[in-house]
Design a protein around this ligand. Structure first.
Ligand code: MN
Length: 719
C-alpha cells in the first residue's frame, strides 16, 4: 500500500544525484516524527508515514530540499502543537512559507460545486499558492491520500473523490503534470463509480495485462524497424488512463472495443524521410484501419503540431494508435508555443493563466532532466494571476474580480440588490473602508442597510468592473423617479416644439395619458420617467405622437417639418432657434440681420432655418400666409431671451471669495440667478447649489465650462 519509510526516502535522495541537503531533510523528518508520534492513520500505520510518502512523490518530481522538508512537515501545524514560527526558526522562511500555504489550502472545504464555480476555485487556489511549490505539495498530499483512501468511510471517499475530480485533477492538468492528473482521476473514479472502474480495468487486464500487451508490440516494432535500417529510434508506450477510457465510453457512448487509442506507441526518429519509411513498415506489419491515417507532417495543425498518425489492428485483434515523428516535432508538440497539453484541453490561446503555467511546466521538466538545476524552482515566485483576485462570500461562494476591484465591486458581483443596499463591508470579520481593495483569499461580508438606501454617486469612481458601474447607473435611472419625470417631460416638450406640435392646453393631459396607454404604461408620468431614463426612445414615441396628433388636431404642420432633413451642425452662427439644437442656420439676403436685431426663423424645405429680422417685410407677410406654422422664434445666443431654470451642484476646496467669484461670473454672463447657496464641509471642502437661467443645454455647457475655470472648483454636476 504505497507507504514509504524514511529509509526509502534517504535512498531516493542519494540515487537522485541532485544536491539535496540530507542533514536538513533528516532534521525535518525527526521533527515530524516526534510531533506526530502516537498519531495513527485510519489504515493503522503511524501517521508520519504519510508525510514521508508525500515527500517521496515530490522527490520523484525533482523538487528541491525546501519542498521535501515542507512535505515532511506539511501536517504538523494543522495537527500538532508545532507552530509556523518554530518552523521558521529551525528551517528558515522558505519552508515556513510553504507549510503555511499548504495548511491554508487544506482549510478550504467544499462539497460539490458548479462548473463555473469550480473553475474560479481552481484559479483561486493557484493564485493563493503564490509559490507554485505550495500547489505541488498539495497535489502530492492529495495524491497520497487518494492512494490510501480505502480506509476512509464511504461518504468521505466520495466527497474527497469529487473534490479531487473537480478541483485538483484540473489543476494538475494545468500545471502540465499529466501523470499525477491521470492518477488522481483514476483513483477518484474508483470511488465514484467502482463498477465502471472495475469493468475497464478488467478489460485492460485481458491479454496478459495492458503493460505487457503494449510492451510486446513496441518490441516487435523495434525489431522490424532495425531490420529496415532504423536502429536509432525511440519508442514511447502509452496506455490511455482508465478515466480517459471511461469518458469515451460514457460520454461518446462507445464500446471498449470501439476506442482505438487505448493503446498507443510513439516512434521518434531523426529525419522526416525515416518517418515515412517507418509508416510503410508499420502498415506492412499491421492492417491499418480506414480513415484513421493523418499526415500532420505535410499539413501541420494550426498550432504547429506535426506527426504521422495511424491506427492499426494488432495480431490479437486489438486496435492501437501509432504516432511517428522526428525529435524536433516531438519537442514542439511537448513544449511548443501553444503547448501540447493546452491543445488537448481545448483551452483558448488567450488564456493568460495557461501561458504563465506553460513555463512552470517547462521548468519542472528541465529540472527533472538536469542534475545541476538545483533550486531553480525557488525562483518561481511570480504571482500566477496578477490581474485577477478571488474572494469568498461568507457562504463560501468564490467571487472572481479584476485586480484593484473594491468591496463595492464585490457586492455588485453578488447581486445588484446587495450592492444597492450596501452600507459597509467586513473582511475576515473586521470592518474595512468602503474603498478597500479586494485581496485574494479574503472572506468578505457585505453589510446592508434599508431596502431603499441606494448607492452613492461617488461609488462610480471607486468601482472598476463595468458590471458594478452599470448597476449603479441603472439604480440612478430607475430610482430617481422625480428627476427622470422632469427630465423626460422637458425632453418631450422640447421635441414637441421642434416638431411644431402644439397640443391645446385643455387636451394636453388626456392626450399624453392616451399616449402612455399606447406605450403600455399606466400613466403619463410613467411615460415621462421612462423617457427620462432611456426606457422609451423619444424618437419612437414621437412617431406615435405625430400620428395621433395628425389624427386628432387639424393643421398638421408637423408632417411637413419632419420631411426637412435638418443638417446637424455645431453652434448655429451664434443664433438659437427655439426648440431646435444645432440646426443649419443661414441669414436671409433680404434683410441681413445683425446681432442685437430682433430676429425670427423660417424652417425651409431642406435648407435648415433661414433667419430674418423680425421687422423684415417677408417675415411679416409670411406670418400671415399659409406657411405661418413654419416660423419659429429665434434670438442671438449671447443674450438670454427665454430662459430655462437649471440647477448646478458645485464641489470645491473651500476658500475666501469663492462665492463672490461664482456670483460675479454669473453676473458677467448676464444670466438670471434664481438661487445661490454655499455650505462648508468638515474636511476643508465646500459645496454650492446654484439655480440659473439658460437658453439650452449648449448654453449651459458653456456656462459650466466657464465656471470650471474658477480657482478651487473641483466638480460641477447638474442636479
Ligand atoms: Mn497531508
Amino acid at each position: 500500500m504505497h507507504v514509504n519509510t524514511f529509509e526509502e526516502l534517504k535512498r531516493m535522495v542519494e540515487e537522485s544525484n541532485r544536491p539535496y541537503s540530507m542533514e536538513t531533510i533528516e532534521r525535518a523528518y525527526e521533527l515530524a516524527e516526534k510531533a506526530h508520534r502516537g498519531q495513527k492513520r485510519l489504515s493503522g500505520e503511524s501517521y508520519v508515514s504519510h508525510p514521508v510518502s508525500v515527500a517521496c512523490i515530490l522527490l520523484d518530481l525533482g523538487l528541491d530540499t525546501d519542498s521535501v522538508c515542507a512535505a515532511l512537515l506539511h501536517d504538523v501545524v494543522e495537527d500538532t502543537d508545532v507552530t509556523i514560527d518554530e518552523l521558521r526558526q529551525q528551517f528558515g522562511a522558505e519552508v515556513a512559507l510553504l507549510v503555511d500555504g499548504v495548511t491554508k489550502l487544506g482549510r478550504i472545504k467544499f462539497s460539490s460545486v458548479e462548473e463555473q464555480q469550480a473553475e474560479n476555485l481552481r484559479k483561486m487556489l493557484l493564485a493563493m499558492s503564490k509559490d507554485v511549490r505550495v500547489m505541488l505539495i498539495k497535489l502530492c498530499d492529495r495524491l497520497h491520500n487518494m492512494r490510501t483512501g480505502d480506509a476512509w468511510p464511504e461518504q468521505k471517499r466520495r466527497d474527497k473523490a469529487l473534490e479531487t475530480m473537480e478541483v485538483y485533477a484540473p489543476i494538475a492538468h494545468r500545471l502540465g503534470m499529466s501523470n499525477i492528473k491521470e492518477e488522481l482521476e483514476d483513483r477518484s473514479l474508483q470511488y465514484l463509480d467502482p463498477i465502471g472502474y472495475k469493468d475497464i480495468t478488467d478489460r485492460l487486464a485481458e491479454n496478459g495485462g495492458a503493460e505487457k500487451f503494449i510492451a510486446d508490440i513496441a518490441e516487435r516494432i523495434r525489431e522490424r524497424l532495425a531490420e529496415n535500417g532504423m536502429t536509432e529510434c525511440t519508442i514511447k508506450k502509452r496506455i490511455k488512463s482508465v478515466y480517459g477510457i471511461y469518458r469515451k465510453m460514457y460520454m461518446q457512448n462507445r464500446n471498449f472495443d470501439e476506442i482505438y487509442d487505448v493503446y498507443a506507441v510513439r516512434i521518434i526518429l531523426d529525419t522526416v524521410g525515416e518517418c515515412y519509411n517507418a509508416l510503410g513498415v508499420i502498415h506492412d506489419m499491421y492492417h491499418p484501419l480506414p480513415n484513421r491515417f493523418k499526415d500532420y507532417i505535410s499539413t501541420p495543425k494550426p498550432n504547429m503540431y506535426q506527426s504521422l498518425h495511424t491506427t492499426v489492428i494488432g495480431h490479437e485483434g486489438i486496435a492501437f494508435e501509432v504516432q511517428i515523428r522526428t525529435w524536433e516535432m516531438d519537442q514542439t508538440a511537448e513544449y511548443g508555443v501553444a503547448a501540447h497539453w493546452k491543445y488537448k484541453a481545448g483551452v483558448s490561446t488567450k488564456d493568460k493563466l495557461d501561458d504563465r503555467i506553460a513555463w512552470v511546466r517547462q521548468l519542472l521538466e528541465s529540472q527533472r532532466e538536469s542534475a545541476d538545476a538545483g533550486d531553480l524552482l525557488r525562483d518561481i515566485k511570480s504571482e500566477l494571476l496578477p490581474e485577477e483576485v478571488f474572494a469568498f462570500t461568507p457562504k463560501g461562494d468564490v467571487i472572481n474580480l479584476p485586480a484593484g476591484a473594491t468591496v463595492i465591486d464585490f457586492a455588485y458581483a453578488i447581486h445588484s440588490a446587495v450592492g444597492n443596499r450596501m452600507i459597509g463591508a467586513k473582511v475576515n470579520s473586521r470592518i474595512v473602508p468602503i474603498d478597500h481593495k479586494v485581496v485574494t483569499g479574503e472572506i468578505i461580508e457585505i453589510v446592508v442597510g434599508p431596502k431603499d438606501k441606494g448607492p452613492s454617486r461617488d461609488w462610480l469612481n471607486l468601482v472598476v468592473t463595468s458590471e458594478a458601474k452599470n448597476k449603479i447607473r441603472n439604480w440612478f435611472k430607475k430610482e430617481r423617479k422625480e428627476e427622470n419625470i422632469a427630465e423626460g417631460k422637458a425632453a418631450l416638450e422640447k421635441e414637441l416644439r421642434r416638431n411644431l406640435i402644439n397640443i391645446p392646453d385643455d387636451k394636453y393631459d388626456a392626450f399624453m395619458a392616451d399616449m402612455a396607454r399606447r406605450m403600455r404604461l399606466n400613466t403619463a408620468e410613467e411615460m415621462y420617467a421612462s423617457v427620462g431614463y432611456g426606457g422609451i426612445q423619444l424618437s419612437r414615441l414621437m412617431i406615435r405622437i405625430k400620428e395621433e396628433y395628425a389624427k386628432s388636431f387639424k393643421p398638421a404642420p408637423a408632417a411637413v417639418v419632419t420631411d426637412v432633413p435638418i443638417k446637424k451642425q455645431k453652434a448655429s452662427e451664434g443664433v438659437i432657434v427655439e426648440g431646435i439644437d444645432n440646426c443649419l442656420v443661414k441669414f436671409a439676403k433680404c434683410c441681413n440681420p445683425l446681432p442685437g436685431d430682433a430676429i425670427v426663423g423660417f424652417i425651409t424645405r431642406g435648407f435648415g432655418v433661414s433667419i430674418h429680422k423680425a421687422d423684415c417685410v417677408n417675415a411679416r407677410h409670411g406670418l400671415e400666409g399659409p406657411d405661418a406654422g413654419r416660423w419659429v422664434r429665434a434670438y442671438w445666443a449671447d443674450s438670454v431671451q427665454e430662459s430655462f431654470k437649471s440647477s448646478l451642484e458645485i464641489a470645491a476646496i473651500d476658500r475666501d471669495g469663492l462665492m463672490a467669484d461664482v456670483a460675479g461670473l454669473i453676473a458677467e454672463m448676464r444670466l438670471p440667478c434664481y438661487s445661490i447657496s454655499a455650505r462648508q464641509l468638515s474636511d476643508g471642502r465646500a459645496t454650492m447649489s446654484l439655480t440659473i437661467g439658460v437658453n439650452n443645454t449648449e448654453h449651459l455647457n458653456t456656462v459650466i465650462a466657464r465656471l470650471r475655470k474658477i480657482k478651487s472648483i473641483t466638480d460641477i454636476q447638474r442636479v
